[in-house]
Design a protein. Sequence first.
Length: 333
Amino acid sequence: MRPRRILLAAGPAVATSLLLGACADAPSGGMPAASSTASSFTPVQLDNCGFKETVSAPPQRLVTLNQGATEVALALGLQDRMAGSAYLDDRVSPKYAAAYKTVPVLSEEYPTKEQFVAARPDFAYAAYASAFDAKAIGTRAELADKRIGSYLSPFGCPKGTPAAEPTFESAWREITDVGSIFGVPNKATELVNGQRAELGKIRSAAAGEGLQMLWFDSGEKTPFVGAGKGGPQLVMDAVGASNVFSALPGGWADGSWEKVVAADPDVIVLADASWSTADAKKKHLRGDPVLRNLKAVKQNRFVVLPFSESTPGVRLVDGAKTVSDQLAALPAK
């Protein structure tokens, strides 16, 4: 099943403020804190996707929903405080795999309300607004009534609320927010600084300079492609390549095979996801009587990366490195 993704468009950044505040106590019981105690914790107040959230003590029983949220938590070393996770797009990054194995998986997709409550969470963190639907684990207001805090990726804000600009800086602000909520701000700073340095190396290498790319996400009759405002465009900008569909709004959009044929891109980037594998897309391109004649198809000039490395979040710099490294390994066009 394909997850309910947002199609990122540029919009006003989510206002985030760190203020002293207080809120109702979380449910009793929990896991050991990763690297913070309540006595040293600075309370946090957030305006997150239009929802006011105050955290007066670091949560101890986190449930993450969607892979992006799960991997941010793991990158911050919060696995000892994760009471459960749910809904992967593909495989968890190898760098987080060992930690992920220690976290209970509540459901392959969204857990039922009963499964969620049975984990005794005191906090829920999701990448997409669909997690906080009344038909999923419940709305954020409903969770607050149960004294369960919540955070939604600023890229996944529901319609009608201000979403974050699709930039690397916005992804790093999310990491900083979560680090503050869980009392690990130094870990968040270390993570962000490491990613800044890596991105600088990728930009300097400019492995995609002079190349035109098609970012092929899924679809056969109509290609669902990386558009001009989202993770795919950020990665292509980072490596110095141009995007066949840069003029389309949002992060992903419906393209057209006619434009692909007319552009005859130098490289085709294939997102590898559970609902549309890279191998399936290669098979379609090679089997179509017209598309098989694209130079990228004839010359096998494909770049493959996990879908989770194409969305703004903790793995987007990994995605840029994956694309950069594979471009460098391709034969000259």
